[in-house]
Design a protein. Structure first.
Length: 206
């Protein structure tokens, strides 16, 4: 590895990034699997999209854990590790956006109805707080290190927070008023946002 690939690592900030990424893995591993299972059962694109965002957030966080552990062991930031983590997060965000957009269009054209479940609503509601906090923390720490990969992963967590918000609103409105279009429409908004952010992030990674 060339010297130009390395720079001194701010230990305290890197450790904070490691903690945030590890906490993100634990949270998303549980809630994403639950959300996808509940979303399939309830035919909710927004709920499945929320779970999918979490899975890719988890993959990005895992890459960041490897990156930050390496930095702490060697007291340097590897630009190669940073670049790899950035690509994992960005492509994950792009994949979620495209898949969610396709599924949302299908739901709208097929006029399929989603049903609300108490567990799904509670999971999504709790995730609004958890992912909002994690996403904000990752972006703040990412700017301090600096780590564009961590900041982008923070944006992915905030997309998960937004997806959870739309999921609660969509399922609640459908359950109360029978507005079945709200769920896929909300998922489409998240999808377009994810695609746009991923595109910008990948341009920065070049």
């Amino acid at each position: 590895m060339h010297d130009l690939d390395l720079e001194p690592a701010p230990g305290g900030d890197v450790r904070a990034g490691l903690v945030a990424s590890s906490a993100s893995i634990v949270w998303t591993a549980v809630t994403s699997a639950l959300a996808i299972a509940l979303g399939i059962n309830a035919r909710s694109v927004a709920l499945v999209a929320f779970g999918a965002v979490g899975l890719f957030d988890m993959a990005g966080s895992a890459a960041l854990v490897v990156h930050f552990r390496h930095a702490l062991r060697h007291d340097v930031i590897s630009h190669r590790h940073e670049h790899i983590a950035h690509l994992v997060v960005s492509y994950g965000m792009l994949t979620v956006g495209i898949a969610t957009l396709i599924a949302s269009v299908y739901r709208l054209t097929a006029d399929s109805h989603a049903s609300a479940s108490l567990t799904g609503l509670v999971t999504s509601a709790a995730s609004i707080l958890a992912l909002g906090y994690l996403g904000t923390s990752k972006r703040r720490i990412g700017r301090r290190i600096p780590s564009q990969a961590l900041a982008t992963d923070g944006a992915l967590s905030l997309i998960g927070c937004g997806t959870a918000t739309f999921t609660v609103a969509g399922l609640g409105l459908n359950n109360a008023f029978g507005w079945s279009w709200v769920d896929p429409a909300a998922a489409m908004i998240i999808a377009v946002t994810a695609i746009a952010l991923a595109t910008v992030s990948l341009r920065r990674a070049d």
